[in-house]
Design a protein around this ligand. Structure first.
Ligand SMILES: [Fe+2]
Length: 268
């Protein structure tokens, strides 16, 4: 037996990238698609994301952004302290809040904080930041393997998947267990390229001593019409700094949360 499952991270209103990722995942004959939350933020027209998720039966975890918008809270709970980051975070938050319909806000409000399912003998846990805190940033350079081993033990999970940071990565743990950050569809990865990313999880039945091959992870680059997104952001008066990120692949705001190693590879 084998199966392939698709995971989409933060959408950040980038409905065009979501459309492309769904089409790509369909073409690869995935058995199921999941979204790990943060539907709103930098991009235009928040309401265009919801029909894509609903019509394609994409089960969705509630991100910190979705909890905030769903409950009309003061801010996105992104945890910024730098005044410039807070300034830009507030602009996209207010835009998203005012352009998300009451029906869609209600839908977000009811999303689960985690989704758990099993495939054969494996337990798979989907969260947003980490299973212990929705808005926890787990970065590749600062997250120890010992911590992740403890997390999978505490959660009784074989595979934990999250998003929230904006950068994809994968750590193989003991006993064929895994932690995966699935990346985001909302904006590029601060690497000077305009594509975004989603994740495929390939699962197959263990046997013949091939346990280490029964789980494999594939990160998929998504090319989409980023010029159209940039034009639409411009027509919605979304800040030029966000549009620059879509057009160049470099993050221009909300950089304070990046650890030194991840920040060194960026332009700003
Ligand atoms: Fe988040």
């Amino acid at each position: 037996m084998q199966t392939t499952i698709a995971f989409f991270g933060g959408i950040y209103n980038n409905y065009l990238a979501l459309e492309s990722a769904i089409a790509d995942a369909h073409a690869r004959h995935v058995s199921q698609m999941y979204c790990l939350g943060d539907l709103g933020a930098f991009g235009p027209y928040p309401d265009r994301v919801f029909p894509l998720l609903i019509e394609n039966e994409i089960q969705t975890v509630q991100g910190n952004y979705d909890h905030s918008i769903g409950n009309a809270l003061e801010d996105c709970q992104c945890g910024y302290t730098d005044p410039r980051d807070n300034h830009f975070a507030a602009i996209s938050y207010d835009y998203t809040l005012h352009n998300t319909s009451p029906e869609n806000r209600e839908w977000m409000k009811k999303l689960p904080e985690e989704i758990r399912f099993t495939w054969e003998d494996k337990t798979i846990l989907l969260c947003h930041g980490s299973p212990r805190k929705t808005n926890e940033f787990l970065w590749e350079s600062t997250t120890s393997t010992a911590f992740l081993e403890r997390l999978v033990n505490e959660q009784n999970a074989d595979i934990i998947l999250g998003t929230h940071t904006g950068l994809h990565w994968h750590r193989r743990l003991s006993n064929n267990r895994h932690f995966i950050n699935v990346g985001v569809l909302g904006r590029p990865e601060n690497d000077g390229t305009t594509n975004v990313w989603y994740t495929l999880l390939h699962l197959k039945t263990e046997g013949n001593g091939q346990e280490n091959d029964s789980v494999s992870v594939e990160f998929i680059p998504v090319v989409y019409d980023h010029e159209r997104l940039a034009r639409e952001m411009d027509s919605e008066n979304i800040p030029a700094e966000f549009i620059e990120t879509i057009r160049t692949g470099w993050w221009t705001t909300c950089l304070e949360v990046l650890p030194a190693k991840e920040r060194r590879t960026g332009k700003y």
